[in-house]
Design a protein around this ligand. Structure first.
Ligand code: ADP
Ligand code: AMP
Length: 213
């Protein structure tokens, strides 16, 4: 099953994609995680991506689409995948539609996680991430069992530089301008399901499972 998770930064895409990917036995693919891996490896792609990420802006479509399609060509994606943070522009959505159509495939479902702006800001300001498995935690709503340590890896959690309030402001503005039009794009194709992302994590997961049936 090929699933897209749409939603603003902080909506809970990574939190849910990890769980749903495990349930469906398909990989969770987050373009943000792919870019952060490239940044930490110090590759040319990483250097380019960092200059946009630090500003809260989107990495150019051509670069992003190439990286994503390469990832999707790997064998673990044959049975499907959960996309988190891609597509983020109409151009990216069209490039994905075209690449899939060339193989006789299509997106099966798009879930839009709806969360108010005030809640997004609260979530991003308290987000802590595992550097090993990328699991997101929240200091208030979803704390790890041991303070600031990943439950699975035991690694020390970190806060993303781009979760600082100034950068969050830009990221949300970019989301409203460039990504929100995708809601209509997938609604027109009859693929969109809306899920209230403001409920607690397990409840959101249950509603997502229902909307994937
Ligand atoms: P995204 O991948 O959409 O940017 P994350 O999954 O990283 O969002 O979640 C953002 C923050 O909100 C994290 O700190 C996470 O622990 C927390 N969070 C996710 N879902 C919920 C929820 N339903 N209720 C409260 N906090 C949540
Ligand atoms: P995320 O982890 O999804 O919040 O993404 C972090 C940053 O990576 C974004 O602010 C962008 O700079 C970049 N990025 C991630 N996904 C994309 C995408 N699909 N298109 C362009 N830039 C992206």
């Amino acid at each position: 099953m090929r699933v897209i998770l749409l939603g603003a930064p902080g909506a809970g895409k990574g939190t849910q994609a990890g769980k749903i990917g495990e349930r469906l036995s398909v990989p969770h693919i987050a373009t943000g995680d792919l870019f952060r891996a490239a940044v930490s490896q110090g590759t040319e792609l990483g250097k380019l991506a960092k200059s946009y990420m630090d500003q809260g802006e989107l990495v150019p479509d051509q670069v992003t689409v190439r990286m994503l399609l390469e990832r999707l060509s790997q064998p673990d994606c044959r049975k499907g995948y959960i996309l988190d943070g891609f597509p983020r522009t109409l151009e990216q959505a069209q490039a994905l539609d075209t690449a899939l159509a060339e193989r006789g495939d299509k997106v099966d479902r798009t879930i839009y996680l709806e969360v108010s702006e005030a809640e997004l800001v609260r979530r991003l300001s308290g987000r802590w991430i595992c550097p090993v498995c990328q699991t997101p935690y929240h200091e208030v709503t979803n704390p790890p069992r041991t303070p600031r340590r990943c439950d699975k890896e035991g690694a020390a959690l970190y806060q993303r530089d781009d979760d600082k309030p100034e950068t969050v402001k830009t990221r949300l503005a970019v989301y409203f301008q460039q990504t929100v039009p995708l809601i209509q794009h997938y609604a027109r194709q009859g693929l969109l399901r809306r899920v209230n992302g403001e409920k607690e994590i397990q409840q959101v997961e249950r509603e997502m499972v229902t909307s994937l049936r």
